[in-house]
Design a protein around this ligand. Structure first.
Ligand code: FE2
Length: 286
């Protein structure tokens, strides 16, 4: 039996979140939930995650897993809002420890912070299996965009994070700390080795040239048409395309707040003695 899938689109960050569920047991996983955030006012907005909560409640689903494909740099994770409302285990790839180690020094994070992934309920190893109700799911480590990137294979769906974009947008940048274009190429070959009919679910779509939102694409179509890596592009060609493009990109607007929150599994910083929580901005650092 195949899982049921529902997508949610966060327009301002171009992020796709998903609820994937096992129809036999009514258990669900959420992939990459978004917490809205205004960097101007410092206000968080639970709107995007509230929509997911309403869908899960209306559908009578039990939330078992909250799965991050990686520590996102463009939006804050809604994982803890979801968990505190509906329960579930927050999980990410074990490569998060490397990301935490790097950014712990950037943000001068002190104990009780530790770069050991303990902020998450589970860290997945490459090739690990887990259950979503009666469906056996599989984790494929797909580093390259970041060192913690993983793909979740759930039935016919593969949630690839930012390892691939839609065919007309290519791939995600590899110039963040821990990013590596060669590694991304090799990770994409792992995805291309999946059955051709596997449906790859994107984490982002920026609707280039005003086209309609697309978030599902087969392995077959990606192998053929992806503008960065399709049609038999070699590793050397890809690395050249990717590194040239990365030199032209500016940083995402929310990178500093997003990374601070996302490396701690979506926990917001603790409030200070005036009951207000703060996000840090390191000067002249990144
Ligand atoms: Fe990303």
């Amino acid at each position: 039996m195949q899982p049921e899938l529902r997508h949610f689109y966060h327009q301002s960050s171009g992020t796709l979140s998903y609820v994937v569920s096992d129809p036999q047991t009514a258990t669900a996983a959420v992939i990459d939930p978004v917490l809205g955030f205004s960097v101007i006012s410092g206000r968080t907005d639970t709107g995007p995650v509230d929509e997911i909560i309403a869908h899960i409640e209306k559908s009578g689903l039990t939330l078992e897993w909250i799965l991050e494909t990686h520590a996102h740099a463009d939006h804050l994770s809604g994982a803890q809002v979801l968990k505190s409302t509906l329960g579930g285990k927050v999980a990410i790839g074990e490569g998060i420890c490397k990301v935490q180690e790097h950014f712990a020094s950037v943000f001068n994070l002190q104990a009780p912070f530790a770069a050991d992934g303990h902020q998450f309920d589970h860290l997945f190893r490459d090739d690990e299996s887990f259950a979503l109700g009666s469906i056996e799911c599989h984790v494929i480590a797909t580093p390259g965009h970041t060192s913690d990137s993983v793909t979740y294979l759930i039935g016919k769906y593969a949630f690839v994070g930012d390892s691939l974009f839609m065919v007309d947008s290519g791939t995600a940048r590899c110039d963040f700390p821990g990013g590596d274009a060669t590694l991304l190429y090799r990770s994409i070959q792992k995805l291309f080795a999946l059955p051709d009919d596997t449906i790859l679910c994107m984490c982002h779509d920026y609707q280039p040239n005003g086209r309609e939102l697309r978030y599902e694409v087969t392995v077959r179509e990606q192998k053929h048409d992806n503008i960065h890596v399709g049609g038999g592009t070699s590793e050397d060609q890809f690395v050249e395309i990717r590194t040239t493009r990365d030199k032209t990109l500016s940083l995402p607007a929310l990178i500093l707040p997003a990374i601070q929150v996302n490396i701690t599994a979506g926990h917001l910083p603790a409030a200070e003695d005036n009951q207000i929580a703060y996000i840090k901005i390191p000067l002249d650092t990144i």
